[in-house]
Design a protein around this ligand. Structure first.
Ligand code: FES
Ligand code: FES
Length: 158
C-alpha cells in the first residue's frame, strides 16, 4: 500500500511500487485528464506537477511519487480556472486537445519559476510535442498568462 497526496487529498493505493504514476492516477484514482502518449518520456502528454516541478508520469514510478505533492489538471482548476487555463481558452490553443493537459501543466510550472518568460525561456521549457502544431498559440497564451510588468509611476516634482 502506497500513500499519495494528489490535488490536496490523501490516498492509499494498493499498487506495485514500479507501476508508472500515470496508471495510478488514471486507473486507480480516476483522474483521466492526464494522457498517455508515447510512454517513453518524449511527448509530455502525461505531465503533472510533483512538488511543483513538471514530471512525466509515464516514467515516474509509484514509489518515486509516493508521499510527494502531486497536482494534476483536475486539481489545477478545482477552485476556478487557473490563469493559464483562461489564457488557453482566450487564445484558442487546443486543436484535438490530446496533448494540452501536459502543455498546460508544463506552462504552469514554467510561470511559477519564471513569472515573465522570454520566447527563449518558453522554447527551453516547453518540450512537449503537439501533433496539431499549436506551438505558436502555446507561446502566445503563456505570454498572456505571465505576470504583468510592474509599472513605476515617476515621482511628481515640486
Ligand atoms: S506519455 Fe509520457 S512523455 Fe509521452
Ligand atoms: S492539440 Fe492535438 S496533439 Fe496537440
Amino acid at each position: 500500500m502506497l500513500k499519495f497526496n494528489v490535488n490536496g487529498r490523501a490516498h492509499s493505493v494498493d499498487v506495485e511500487p514500479e507501476m508508472p504514476l500515470l496508471w495510478v492516477l488514471r486507473d486507480h484514482l480516476n483522474l483521466a485528464g492526464t494522457k498517455y502518449g508515447c510512454g517513453a518520456a518524449q511527448c509530455g502528454s502525461c505531465t503533472v506537477l510533483v512538488d511543483g516541478k513538471p514530471e512525466r508520469t509515464c516514467v515516474m514510478t509509484a514509489a518515486q511519487a509516493a508521499g510527494r505533492k502531486i497536482v494534476t489538471i483536475e486539481g489545477l482548476g478545482a477552485r476556478g480556472l487557473h490563469r493559464v487555463q483562461k489564457a488557453w481558452i482566450e487564445h484558442e490553443v487546443p486543436q484535438c486537445g490530446y496533448c494540452q493537459t501536459g502543455m498546460i501543466m508544463a506552462a504552469v510550472a514554467l510561470l511559477e519559476k519564471k513569472p515573465r518568460p522570454t520566447d527563449a525561456d518558453i522554447d527551453d521549457a516547453m518540450t512537449n510535442l503537439c501533433r496539431c502544431g499549436t506551438y505558436a498559440r502555446v507561446r502566445k497564451a503563456i505570454h498572456a498568462a505571465a505576470a504583468p510588468v510592474a509599472t513605476v509611476t515617476p515621482a511628481r516634482k515640486g
